[in-house]
Design a protein around this ligand. Structure first.
Ligand SMILES: Cc1cc2nc3c(=O)[nH]c(=O)nc-3n(C[C@H](O)[C@H](O)[C@H](O)COP(=O)(O)OP(=O)(O)OC[C@H]3O[C@@H](n4cnc5c(N)ncnc54)[C@H](O)[C@@H]3O)c2cc1C
Length: 364
C-alpha cells in the first residue's frame, strides 16, 4: 500500500509529492495526461512562487523564464504602465510542470501518467477510469479546477458557472516582441481580461478569463470571441493579427474564483486549486499551489493523515484575505463602468499596485 497518493501532476501535486518523498514517505503521483501539456494559465510566475520553489530545492534560474519587471494595463486606447513591486518570470506551464515532476521523481516519488482517477469510494480508496483501485493512508487531492466524484467542492456551483479560461501560444511579430519584453500586458474589457507574457521559448502566452456568456454569444468559438473583442481591445487584436496563433486552444469552464476548502475528510488533503481558487487577474495561483502543497506535506509528515482537517482549516484561514482582495480587484477591473476610472486612479497613484500585490499573496 502507498502511504500517500497524489492525484494530479500540476504544481500542487508535484510539490506535495516532492516534499513527501523527501520526508521519507512512500508516495505515488498519478496524472491523467500521458504527456506534457499547456493548461489554461497566464504563465506569470511571481517572486513569491519563485521563492517557494527555491525553498523546495528547485533551481529557479535554470528554468530559463523570461524576466518580467513591468506591468501594462490596456483599457481600450488608454494605457497605464508601472514597475512591478516584485520581479517575476514568464514561463510555459509545460516547462514548469515538467521540471517539478522530474524533481518529484528525483526525490523518490513514483509517477504514473495517463491514469485518470474517477472517484473517491471511501476515505482511503480511489477508483480509476481503467477500473483499478488504489488504497492509501493519505490522499492529496491536486486535480486543479476539475472535480473528483465523491469529493466535489461543496458550494461551488453558484460561482462556477460564470467564467471560462482560454489559452494559446502566439508567435509575436518582431515589433510586438520588442514592445512587450520584460512586461506583463493585461487587456481589460467587459466581463474579462486577456494577458500576454513572453515565455522561455520567445512565444507569447495568450490567456483569457471571460464570462461564459461572452463565449456563448460568440457561438462557443474562441476565435470568434477574439474577433468580437476587436472593438474593446484593439491593441490585443492588432497583436494577434500581426503574429501567428500556434496549436490548439486549451480551455477550462466554470472557474470557481474565490472558493476555498474550509473542511475536508480524514486523510484527504486538498491542495492548489482544490484548496483555494484565487482570481487569476490579481492573484498568484501557482504560489498558492506551492504554499498549500508545502503546508499539507509538512502536516502529513509531522502528524499523519489525521492532520488533514487542521491543515485545511488553517490554510483556508490564511487564504481568506488574499482571496477576498483578489475578488475585489477582479470585480472592479472587469466591470465595464469601472475599468477607465481605475486606470486613471492607478496612473495617479501607482502605489495601489504594490498594495494589491501584497494583499493578494500567501506564503508558506
Ligand atoms: C485564466 C487563468 C489564468 C491564470 N494565470 C495564472 C498566472 O499567470 N500565474 C499564476 O500563478 N496562476 C495563474 N492561474 C492559476 C493557476 O493556473 C492555478 O492556480 C494552478 O495551475 C493550480 O495548480 P494545481 O496544481 O492546483 O492545478 P493544475 O495546474 O490545474 O493541475 C492539476 C493536474 O491534475 C490533473 N488531473 C485533473 N483531474 C485528474 C484526475 N481525475 N486524475 C488524474 N489527474 C487529474 C490535470 O491533468 C492537471 O495536470 C491562472 C488561472 C486561470 C484560470
Amino acid at each position: 500500500m502507498n502511504q500517500a497518493l497524489e492525484i494530479g501532476g500540476g504544481p500542487a501535486g508535484s510539490v506535495a509529492a516532492l516534499r513527501l518523498a523527501r520526508g521519507g514517505m512512500r508516495t505515488l503521483l498519478v496524472e491523467k495526461n500521458r504527456e506534457g501539456h499547456d493548461p489554461v494559465c497566464g504563465g506569470f510566475i511571481s517572486a513569491d512562487a519563485l521563492g517557494l520553489l527555491g525553498r523546495a530545492g528547485i533551481d529557479t534560474r535554470a528554468l530559463g523564464g523570461h524576466p518580467i519587471h513591468r506591468m501594462r494595463f490596456q483599457v481600450g486606447p488608454r494605457r497605464l504602465e508601472a514597475e512591478l513591486p516584485f520581479p517575476a518570470v514568464g514561463l510555459s506551464r509545460r516547462k514548469l510542470d515538467a521540471v517539478l515532476l522530474q524533481a518529484a521523481r528525483d526525490a523518490g516519488a513514483e509517477l504514473e501518467f495517463g491514469r485518470s482517477a474517477r472517484s473517491l469510494t471511501d476515505t482511503r480508496t480511489i477508483s480509476f477510469a481503467d477500473s483499478g483501485n488504489i488504497v492509501a493512508d493519505a490522499i492529496v487531492l491536486a486535480t486543479g479546477k476539475l472535480n473528483l466524484r465523491g469529493v466535489e467542492r461543496p458550494g461551488e456551483s453558484a460561482r462556477g458557472s460564470a467564467k471560462v479560461g482560454l489559452r494559446m501560444a502566439l508567435k509575436p511579430s518582431a515589433a510586438c516582441a520588442a514592445d512587450i519584453a520584460g512586461m506583463i500586458e493585461l487587456h481589460l474589457f467587459g466581463d474579462g481580461y486577456a494577458g500576454l507574457v513572453l515565455q522561455e521559448d520567445g512565444n507569447l502566452n495568450l490567456c483569457l478569463s471571460v464570462a461564459a456568456q461572452r463565449l456563448r454569444d460568440a457561438g462557443g468559438s474562441p476565435d470568434r470571441l477574439l474577433a468580437v473583442l476587436e472593438q474593446e481591445a484593439p491593441l490585443l487584436a492588432h497583436r494577434i493579427a500581426a503574429g501567428t496563433l500556434l496549436g490548439e486552444w486549451s480551455s477550462i469552464a466554470r472557474i470557481p474564483y474565490g472558493w476555498r476548502a474550509k473542511e475536508t475528510l480524514p486523510g484527504l488533503f486538498r491542495v492548489g486549486d482544490q484548496a483555494a481558487v484565487i482570481a487569476s487577474l490579481a492573484g498568484d495561483g501557482i504560489g498558492i499551489a506551492i504554499a498549500s502543497a508545502t503546508a499539507a506535506a509538512k502536516a502529513l509528515l509531522q502528524h499523519g493523515p489525521a492532520a488533514s482537517a487542521a491543515y485545511q482549516r488553517d490554510f483556508a484561514r490564511r487564504a481568506r484575505r488574499p482571496l477576498a482582495c483578489a475578488e475585489l480587484l477582479r470585480a472592479v477591473a472587469e466591470s465595464p463602468g469601472w475599468s477607465r476610472p481605475i486606470a486613471r486612479m492607478l496612473s495617479a497613484c501607482p502605489q495601489v499596485l504594490a498594495w494589491g500585490a501584497t494583499a493578494t499573496r500567501i506564503t508558506a
